[in-house]
Design a protein around this ligand. Structure first.
Ligand code: SAM
Length: 261
């Protein structure tokens, strides 16, 4: 490709190291049976490695300056190109076109990391998300309770997915190089998203300095005494904080909350 003006606003940090690119494809366990959705093809470096292994790749790119280059590069290949914002794509229509199971594999633009994860967890039937994210985000996703990184992202991702950090990737391997290191995270989706449960988790953590009872009472418009009694009845202290509850306790507590309060 001729000289490309990297667009910071689109989170353009490209990869070229073929060892790393093929390691990402291995991390995602892509085989010739797999259809893959890729978010943000850039100059198509990861797309190329994916297309060598996968059955079909459905690649998205928002930057129209890359259109002619990508169309030429993947002319007569197993790559289907979409030049649109992934967060505005019609997932249902895309899934009809794919016609079966698929994985999402991508070096995603960091400015929309959480929206992308939620967009796919909430709306899609993807079986796995294998994503390059900022290392700090990967640490939040896999964080255990009672640690500083544990929060909404940890509980929601771990409630619906099996989450693993596959590898840490030095910032030096990107062009241009971002400020922080990255990591490949795999989220194998085990359960369909539950919006009411997600609301319960978001409410539990809504005010970081407040107790769980305070947060739930405020967000569900309940009396604090009632919520404290509910917590006590379920084996928790009245002043317990959300970060002290492990994922399986949240799941159990939500079931009782849903039925009783
Ligand atoms: N896959 C390439 C690679 O690994 O070298 C590029 C990765 S770069 C981190 C992210 C890419 O996502 C950029 O090409 C950017 O233009 C594209 N992008 C940014 N926002 C997007 C969006 N909302 N929808 C689709 N693509 C987007």
């Amino acid at each position: 490709m001729g000289k490309h003006n990297f667009k910071k606003k689109y989170g353009q940090n490209f990869l070229t190291d073929t060892n790393l690119l093929s390691a990402i494809v291995r991390d995602a366990g892509v085989t010739s049976q797999d259809c893959v959705v890729e978010i943000g093809m850039g100059q198509g470096a990861l797309t190329e490695q994916l297309s060598k292994v996968a059955k079909k790749v459905y690649g998205f790119e928002i930057d129209l300056d890359l259109k002619a280059f990508l169309e030429e590069k993947f002319n007569e290949s197993n790559v289907v190109l979409f030049f649109e914002d992934i967060l505005k794509c019609n997932i249902q229509k895309l899934e009809e076109q794919i016609g079966g199971e698929y994985k999402v594999v991508a070096n995603i633009p960091y400015y929309i990391t959480t929206p992308i994860i939620f967009y796919f967890l909430e709306n899609s039937n993807a079986k796995e998300l294998c994503l390059m994210v900022q290392k700090e985000v990967a640490e939040k996703i896999v964080a255990k309770f009672k640690t500083k990184n544990y929060g909404i992202l940890s509980v929601i991702c771990q409630s619906f997915c099996e989450c693993k950090v596959k590898r840490v990737v030095s910032k030096k391997l990107f062009t241009p190089s971002p400020k922080v290191d990255s990591a490949i995270i795999s989220l194998i989706i085990k359960q369909k998203f539950d919006f009411d449960y997600a609301k319960f988790i978001k409410s539990s953590f809504s005010m970081r300095r407040k107790t769980l009872a305070n947060n739930l009472a405020f967000n569900y418009n309940l009396s604090k005494t009632k919520v404290e009694k509910f917590l006590n009845d379920n084996g928790f202290a009245s002043n317990v904080r959300a970060e002290e509850l492990e994922v399986k306790s949240f799941k159990k507590l939500y079931e009782v909350f849903r039925q009783n309060l």
